[in-house]
Design a protein around this ligand. Structure first.
Ligand code: HEM
Ligand code: HEM
Length: 222
């Protein structure tokens, strides 16, 4: 059993926390706006989610230690041991939670990218709708629908798991995701500079803007 560290370093660096809570807000707004046919809001929250998720994936390679994928993606043996209550205590995401983080990111990305090719056939079409063939658009429409239901299920599990650890096991997960660290939840190394995250975010946003601005427009029917 590992003894708690007292390093003063955050477990979750500032970019990871900003990513998390912005994602929560944007996902709620994306859902609400789709239900209420507010497509200008839907479009912008969708773009924001794409930029946040792609940046978070890059942060999984270049970010602070506990935000990196190699820190929390463990092999099947480690996951099974964790489920059986064996194995050492870990500081960041637990071995099961680590894979659920990856699944959440993958689903969010699928949701965002499929939206770019989607249309409600009346009010709004995604910016890449006219860049694709009809059958591909149809598939993306189905993906946009199915991925969202899967996302809702996984988010519900995520919140239940967090509440279980927080209130049944007495671990201060929520405090750590809000403040960076909490008792028994501290980082083991100094965080990577947040400026790098800002640079990544800017590059990802520019790439998305560049792709969208070059997309073919509908041919006008006179
Ligand atoms: C609305 C939907 C939500 C989504 C899509 C979501 C997604 C995520 C993701 C992707 C992570 C991994 C963070 C990272 O490593 O970058 C995470 C972690 C976390 N989330 Fe959420 N989250 C949601 C809602 C919530 C809510 C409502 C709470 C509070 C009750 C919460 C509490 C946490 C905590 C405490 C962690 C860290 C878990 C740990 O210590 O291993 N999340 N969430
Ligand atoms: C990850 C972010 C996104 C989430 C969570 C999301 C969620 C949703 C939801 C829940 C619906 C209603 C589904 C239905 O009733 O069929 C919907 C519909 C739609 N979304 Fe998104 N969306 C996202 C991103 C985007 C993006 C980036 C675009 C395009 C810019 C987009 C375009 C559309 C369109 C055109 C519809 C209408 C589809 C229809 O009526 O069949 N979405 N979205």
């Amino acid at each position: 059993m590992k003894t708690p560290t007292v390093t003063g370093y955050p477990l979750w660096d500032l970019p990871t926390r900003i990513f998390h809570w912005s994602l929560v807000v944007c996902l709620v707004l994306a859902w609400w706006s789709a239900e209420n046919d507010n497509y200008s809001l839907h479009e912008w929250t969708g773009y924001t989610i794409i930029v946040l998720v792609v940046s978070r994936i890059a942060w999984g390679f270049f970010g602070s230690r506990h935000s990196r994928f190699r820190d929390f993606l463990a092999g099947p043996g480690v996951v099974v041991n964790y489920i059986r209550g064996k194995g050492p205590k870990r500081v960041g995401h637990n071995p099961l939670g680590g894979w659920s983080v990856l699944a959440l990111l993958a689903l969010l990305l699928m949701q965002g990218v499929s939206g770019l090719f989607n249309s409600d056939d009346v009010l709004f079409s995604g910016p890449l709708y006219y860049a694709a063939e009809g059958s591909f658009r149809d598939t993306m429409g189905v993906v946009h629908d199915v991925a969202f239901n899967a996302l809702l299920g996984l988010v519900a599990l995520h919140i239940l798991a967090v509440l279980y650890h927080q209130f049944y096991r007495g671990e201060k997960l929520i405090q750590a995701m809000l403040r960076g660290r909490a008792a028994d939840r501290e980082g083991e190394t100094a965080p990577t500079t947040a400026w790098l995250a800002l640079a990544i975010l800017a590059v990802v946003a520019l790439c998305l803007w560049w792709t969208i601005s070059r997309a073919p427009q509908p041919v006008p029917v006179w």
